[in-house]
Design a protein around this ligand. Structure first.
Ligand SMILES: NC(=O)c1ccc[n+]([C@@H]2O[C@H](COP(=O)([O-])OP(=O)(O)OC[C@H]3O[C@@H](n4cnc5c(N)ncnc54)[C@H](O)[C@@H]3O)[C@@H](O)[C@H]2O)c1
Length: 456
């Protein structure tokens, strides 16, 4: 098949490389000319495990190319995937300006298609509110009318469920593909594209109407976020009542009605999806007279949870309101800037809020991350010091804070770390270590949902 993938970000680039791997001809399109120039040279602009190899393989084979103009590929395309951003608007709703701009561009370029071509399948892969397929349909139709021409097309909703950090694996081996469409032709095109992946994973195929497909994506993210906020709340209570959330989570996760996934307590969720998607769903709820109370509580619980490490630091050093004194001049090492491991994405990362809070209290912050330091530097510049290794960050610091669960941090040599730090004090937002062994080794160790242990 010939496929346009419009938007070459985390979703578009992964989709382009994976559909190329599926044996298709792909034109990746992006408005960012600098990004397209890098892609054409074989440079991968984002970090995502396995992406660079896959994308280079197909770039070299010639079945994956990039352009700034979708007109370059529209004439003979079977499908056009819209993978552009849908950021949060000021009122919380998803901002559809990029999606609708692409829809208009598709409509304008459609005249380049032979009159007798099969309907172009225009796929909303961006996360978009219910009703967007109809708006995309109207925008394409309006452009066609303006140009005084007509061509067949159908708008399909195909929400994306990949996780950053394992996006290639998720795309090539999906547990399910959701397609909201109206015709057999649209379903056949989508099935042909996904068949190799679904065969490999024995994943499920769900065909439904576009509105249900659009809602499925938001409901999935809301459910996952709800589980995170729930376990974080239980973790706070566990600390208060003298329990250990590690025991609680495995025991409740063993119940087949609950399951173990997404029950890891942490410093609050961030990333490019949950925060904005929850706001967009809340907004949709308000528009339809449904206040979505559990969702509102999830958002509020997460807002508070994002402060949890800062609160622990303040309590440890005895910072009281109006007297930031105790942290003035303290050097704190921070491991992890990305919103989660295996990505360089820092959108809504709690580490950034933590940095703001620590600096406001007069602390000096030395940071390390395996992939996310360049975007942080671009965003906050020299407000913090950037270390080239975890141990360099720790050297001479008064304490270590951990915000991202990179496996390399979990494998750190704790003896060497203890020697590098000025004091054996750790605030672990990801529960990478067990309190008992930290206590034995003489650490003062704060974590999430377990009792703090105080070293010698
Ligand atoms: N990142 C994820 O983990 C994830 C997972 C599932 C769904 N989604 C959804 O997928 C969508 C894209 O997310 P992302 O993380 O890939 O975003 P991103 O910001 O990484 O990439 C979006 C890209 O679209 C490009 N773009 C904007 N306007 C364009 C236009 N008119 N023509 C061509 N390109 C244009 C931008 O230059 C950018 O490269 C969003 O709706 C998001 O919610 C993201």
């Amino acid at each position: 098949m010939k496929v346009l993938v419009i938007g070459s970000g985390y979703v578009g680039l992964v989709a382009a490389a994976c559909f190329a791997e599926g044996g298709n001809w792909i034109l990746g399109v992006d408005v960012d000319a600098a990004k397209v120039a890098r892609l054409q040279k074989g440079e991968c602009p984002i970090f995502e495990p396995g992406l660079e190899d896959l994308f280079r393989k197909h770039l070299e084979a010639g079945n994956l190319t990039f352009s700034t103009n979708l007109r370059d590929g529209i004439a003979h395309a079977d499908a056009a995937f819209i993978c552009v951003g849908t950021p949060q608007s000021e009122d919380g709703s998803a901002d559809l300006k990029y999606v609708l701009a692409v829809a208009s561009q598709i409509g304008e370029a459609m005249a380049l298609r032979p009159k007798d071509s099969k309907p172009l399948i225009v796929v909303d892969k961006s996360t978009v509110p219910v009703g967007t397929a109809a708006r995309v349909q109207a925008a394409i139709q309006a452009s066609l009318q303006k140009a005084g021409t007509d061509r067949a097309f159908e708008v399909v909703s195909n929400p994306e469920f990949l996780r950053e950090g394992s996006a290639i694996e998720d795309f090539l081996k999906p547990d399910r593909v959701v397609v909201g469409c109206q015709t057999h032709h649209a379903e056949a095109v989508m099935k042909a594209l996904y068949a190799p992946f679904l065969e490999a994973s024995k994943g499920k195929w769900f065909r439904m109407d576009p509105a249900s497909a659009e809602m499925t994506k938001y409901a999935a993210n809301a459910m996952l976020a709800l589980r995170i906020s729930f376990i974080n709340e239980m973790a706070r209570l566990a600390e208060g009542v003298g329990a250990d959330i590690d025991h609680v989570k495995v025991a409740i996760g063993a119940d087949h009605r609950i399951g173990p996934a997404f029950l890891n307590p942490g410093p609050g969720f961030g990333g490019s999806c949950f925060p904005k998607d929850l706001q967009a769903l809340l907004r949709t709820g308000r528009e339809h007279g449904e206040p979505l109370l559990t969702l509102a509580a999830t958002v509020e619980a997460n807002r508070q949870q994002k402060m949890v490490l800062l609160q622990k630091v303040k309590a440890h050093y005895g910072v009281v309101a109006g007297d930031p004194g105790p942290l003035k001049g303290k050097r704190l090492a921070l491991w992890g800037l990305a919103f989660k491991a295996n990505t360089d994405d820092i959108r809504e990362s709690m580490a950034l809020e933590l940095i703001d809070g620590l600096i406001a209290l007069g602390a000096e912050v030395v940071v390390h991350d395996f992939e996310a330091m360049p975007p942080v530097k671009a965003k906050i510049g020299d407000r913090v010091t950037y270390a080239t290794s975890p141990m360099e960050a720790a050297a001479g610091a008064d304490a270590l804070l951990i915000a991202t669960e990179w496996p390399q941090y979990k494998a750190a040599d704790l003896e060497a770390l203890a020697k590098a730090l000025k004091a054996k004090v750790m605030f672990d937002g990801r529960n990478l270590f067990r309190p008992e062994s930290m206590a034995k080794a003489g650490w003062t160790y704060h974590s999430i949902g377990r009792q703090t242990v105080f070293g010698a």
